[in-house]
Design a protein around this ligand. Structure first.
Ligand code: FES
Length: 179
């Protein structure tokens, strides 16, 4: 069998991340028994953990009496859901049409250089994750990025790098490690 999970049972794969499942107890209580709210539950769980660990998907499946693969399928179908941890600052760089024609690729290039990561990755210090996304719904600001919910645009390459440098400087001044 050519599969990455060749040597692990499904149970092991969905339970290996040592996550405190109690953190979403209230969320699960609120929606228990209503499978129609699965997406809302996943959204709220992601707010709690910052992403959707596999053990959380399994736990949600158990509570809602669904197969883990069903919940995993929903979580991977929608781009709003993340299955890996993200940095303290989640950068959503728009690659929608308006942003694309206004130079979002150049913005991406300088940001990746500044952060020393590839698209979708997190910096080694855990501070920044850069994710390319479709239209953020604020095309008048194109090219635009959103960091932890705040939109920045219209961007130039210099401005984009400065925003990152400013965040790094703030982290240092607040006692964090340099990025
Ligand atoms: S295309 Fe970038 S915000 Fe709409």
């Amino acid at each position: 069998m050519n599969c990455c999970c060749q040597y692990k049972s499904r149970e092991e794969i969905f339970s290996q991340d040592n996550i405190d499942l109690g953190l979403i107890k209230a969320v699960l209580e609120k929606y228990r028994g209503d499978k129609g709210n699965l997406i809302t539950v996943l959204q709220e769980a992601q707010e709690v953990y910052g992403y959707l660990p596999l053990s959380v998907l399994k736990h949600i499946a158990d509570v809602f009496e669904l197969k883990p693969a069903q919940v995993y399928g929903v979580a991977t179908f929608y781009t709003q859901f993340r299955l890996t941890p993200v940095g303290k600052y989640l950068i959503l760089l728009c690659q929608g049409t308006a942003c694309h024609v206004n130079g979002s690729e150049r913005i991406e290039t300088v940001l990746l250089e500044e952060l020393k990561i590839k698209p979708g990755e997190t910096t080694a210090d855990g501070l920044f994750t850069l994710s390319n996304v479709a239209c953020l719904g604020c095309c008048s600001l194109a090219p635009v990025m959103m960091i932890n919910g705040q939109a920045y645009g219209p961007l130039t390459t210099d401005r984009a790098v400065k925003i990152i440098k400013d965040l790094k400087a703030r982290e240092i001044s607040e006692g964090g490690e340099p990025a």
